[in-house]
Design a protein around this ligand. Structure first.
Ligand code: PLP
Length: 447
């Protein structure tokens, strides 16, 4: 095959058709999409509202270039997002990685416009994923992905609160505040004149499987950013537009960022469109300063992507799917907790809304991670796949490339019946995985 796939010498199933929460191949096999693809397809596959909007958009304005034209769909999408989420302006790119790059450059431009051109550095956290371009990966604390790239521009330095492995003698609130105080220490060390922004995922996605920080952490981070003139960038590429049961995950903490990145939840997997939203303060300094925004891509502000974004918003609003993600996700998490309680290899079930992480641990070793060589998360994903379930692996977040988890994140409108099957297949997957890893443990000890 000439197509380059993630594991070049492996075979991949060709998906022939997708509908709702299911993916089908040519031979009639089907999978429940328990990961919404890559945690993107929030409204399910082949939703008629989006299909129709895309087709109409193609017939009207298939493409115009942003240096000469805007288009009605993109203006409408921008206005709707800004009004709903409380921001002043937005810009559209293709991928989440590009949204992060755009956020970085917007933050740097903001300080230039204010006559503080030395404020360029962006701080980030040691457990995080912000994308696969060199700039966004440089900010990312996703160590397995960083290892395959290089050289990168700097490293993430800030701690990511991780309640499951927090020091046991602290309250979670105190632990959260202590993590946030590291930001103050670093800003003082580097000098606030050099720091443009701090970027974080409000709830960790791919790099740690739905790790939720204590509220006090986020509130302290916001206060420190204000105190030291550091912009706060929320990377909501994965969490944005309802995944965690709120339109933005930052709402869980009652905190508002200065710049927000959106991606997967905006395009719901239908078309590559992602966005950056900025506060009135950021926008006004650009508009009243140089008046220029000199970055973007050929397909920025794309009319078909915009039609998709508007249709996704229509579906989320009309079918009240963000609300559903909250209450249905709560129910799903308790069902998963129940089946997981029967498996000693599960250390933690966490998350908010339809973003649920299940951390896999070695119960024979104080719930420490399994050795990385066991590839426990990858095996869990493969085992589930063989049982007709797609889940998302997360690895390398605890200790030296240890730490395994799976993410369950189905479309917000998954049916009751598919949910029952999903939970049952997670149960079967964990049972089969336990047998396999304990056998491997015994073999390792015997050798
Ligand atoms: C939080 C976060 N930011 C950025 C990205 C990068 O998005 P993309 O893969 O669309 O470039 C991802 C992708 O998983 C993500 O989860």
């Amino acid at each position: 095959m000439s197509l380059i796939t993630p594991q070049i010498n492996s075979d991949y199933v060709a998906a022939a058709r997708c509908e709702g929460s299911h993916i089908f191949d040519r031979d009639g096999n089907s999978w429940i999409d328990g990961a919404s693809g890559s945690i993107a397809c929030s409204i399910g596959h082949a939703h008629p509202t989006v299909v129709q909007a895309m087709s109409e958009a193609c017939q009207q304005t298939s493409f115009v270039y942003r240096t000469q034209f805007t288009n009605p769909e993109i203006e409408r999408l921008s206005a709707r997002l800004c009004e709903r989420l409380g921001y002043a302006a937005s810009f559209f790119v293709n991928s989440g990685s590009e949204a992060v790059e755009t956020a970085m450059r917007s933050a740097q431009q903001y300080w230039r416009e204010r006559g503080q051109g030395t404020k360029t550095r962006i701080l980030s956290r040691r457990l995080s994923y912000h994308g696969s371009t060199i700039g966004s990966l440089s900010l990312s604390g996703h160590w397995p992905r960083r290892r395959s790239a290089g050289p990168l521009y700097g490293e993430p330095t800030q701690p990511t609160p991780y309640p499951f492995r927090a020091p046991k003698n602290d309250t979670l609130a105190a632990y959260g505040v202590a993590c946030a105080n590291e930001l103050e220490r670093e800003v003082q060390q580097l000098g606030q004149d050099n720091i443009a922004a701090f970027i974080l995922e409000p709830i960790i996605g791919a790099s740690g499987a739905a790790i939720v920080p204590p509220k006090e952490y986020m509130q302290r981070v916001r206060a420190l950013c204000d105190q030291y003139d550091v912009l706060l960038i929320a990377d909501e590429v994965l969490t944005g537009l309802g995944r965690t049961g709120n339109w933005l995950a930052m709402e869980h903490f009652g905190v508002k960022a200065d710049i927000v990145c959106l991606g997967k939840g905006l395009n719901a997997g239908y078309f590559p469109i992602s966005a950056v939203l900025v506060s009135a303060d950021v926008y006004d300094h650009m508009a009243n300063g140089s008046g220029a925004f000199e970055l973007g891509h050929t397909h920025s502000n794309h009319p078909i992507g915009a039609a998709v974004g508007n249709a996704v918003l229509d579906v989320l609003e009309e079918e009240r799917l963000v609300e559903r993600a909250e209450w249905y996700g709560r129910g799903l998490k308790s069902k998963l907790k129940k089946v997981c309680s029967g498996h000693t290899i599960v250390g933690d079930v966490r998350g908010e809304g339809m973003l649920i992480g299940i951390e896999l641990v070695d119960p024979t070793n104080w719930n420490n991670p399994f050795p990385p060589a066991f590839k426990t998360a990858a095996r869990a994903t493969q085992t589930a796949f063989e049982r007709g379930l797609v889940i998302y692996p997360a690895a390398g977040f605890a200790g030296v490339l240890g730490g395994d988890a799976i993410i369950v994140a189905p479309p917000f409108n998954i049916s009751e019946q598919a949910t029952e099957q999903l939970v049952d297949r997670v149960d079967q997957t964990l049972a089969s995985l336990s047998d396999a890893v304990f056998q491997q443990r015994r073999n390792t000890h015997a050798a």
